[in-house]
Design a protein around this ligand. Structure first.
Ligand SMILES: Nc1ncnc2c1ncn2[C@@H]1O[C@H](COP(=O)(O)OP(=O)(O)OP(=O)(O)O)[C@@H](O)[C@H]1O
Length: 268
């Protein structure tokens, strides 16, 4: 079967900083795959290359059989992307925000209103679709961004830290919707997260990234099992990311709080 994503020897440097350093990754179609790693591991850079937002050399990334460098437009049509940064406009209603993305994806005009309504319904925002997004809670905003990414019926949904800054109930609300759409459409889901418990619960397989490379890959159960009885995914994470964890976690604390506030803040 054609993999949903295949990265081969992927590399990207920002000046002297090597963010991704010979990354190999294979994501099967239809799976929920988690990309885990400490701050600075290279997760976002990898995702930005897969989504075509950063250039990748030919023959290093394939999305559903299409080479990202050679077939950029085709790849963009296959992907839905929820970035870390807020992508909804608070002054527009939920419906207007999703409609904007429907236009951006160039969906046929006749089908647009229906597809926008279906995407809002899929994330349980149909009832509040005509309220301005600035009145939404953090969890509702995240679900709105999910609807924006889903409106084009993507075969691969990519989410960069989708639940950062959300309370447990809102987190579950986001995951519940992702899983419902996945069950209905069979789309592949690629997600980055720092929340190990969430990855354990919701990802069929995870890759642990550290310093630009994949250090371990497998189902949470297999990775925990390999470490010994009673091991948690947190233990697996520590085992594979080792010494760098302490200082980067400290640094990540501030970054995480900032990111959380950005996401959770009501938009004005
Ligand atoms: N635009 C940029 N310019 C320069 N360096 C960058 C840029 N983007 C990322 N980097 C550096 O590349 C490395 C990988 O960053 P990246 O954001 O991909 O990591 P990450 O695993 O997504 O981290 P986080 O969990 O904090 O989002 C880091 O050292 C980072 O400082």
């Amino acid at each position: 079967m054609t993999p949903a994503v295949r990265c081969t020897g992927l590399r990207h440097a920002f000046g002297a900083t090597v963010a991704v350093d010979g990354l190999d990754l294979l994501i099967e179609p239809g799976e929920v795959f988690g990309l885990l790693g400490p701050n600075g591991a290279g997760k976002t850079t990898t995702i930005r290359m897969i989504t075509t937002l950063l250039p990748a050399p030919p023959d290093t990334i394939e999305v559903l059989g299409r080479d990202v460098a050679r077939d950029r437009t085709a790849v963009r049509r296959l992907i839905g992307y929820v970035p870390q940064q807020l992508s909804a406009d608070g002054t527009l209603t939920g419906r207007e925000n999703v409609a904007l993305f429907a236009r951006l994806y160039d969906l046929p005009r006749r089908a647009r209103a229906e597809q926008v309504a279906a995407a809002l319904d899929a994330v349980s925002l149909a009832d509040v679709a005509d309220r301005q997004a600035k009145t939404y809670s953090g969890g509702m905003l995240r679900r709105l961004e999910l609807a924006q990414a889903l409106v084009s019926a993507p075969r691969l949904l990519i989410l960069d830290e989708p639940t950062v800054g959300l309370d447990p109930v809102a987190r579950e609300g986001v995951w519940d919707r992702i899983e419902a759409v996945r069950a209905e459409t069979g789309m592949t889901v690629l997600v980055t997260t720092h929340a190990m418990q969430e990855a354990d619960e919701h990802c069929e397989r995870v890759a642990l990234m550290h310093r630009g490379r994949v250090r371990a890959v497998g189902s949470p159960a297999a990775l925990k099992g390999a470490l010994g009885p009673g091991a948690t995914l947190d233990d697996v994470f520590r085992h594979h990311t080792g010494d760098a964890l302490a200082p980067e976690t400290e640094n990540g604390g501030i970054r995480d709080v900032r990111a959380a506030r950005r996401t959770a803040r009501r938009v004005g």
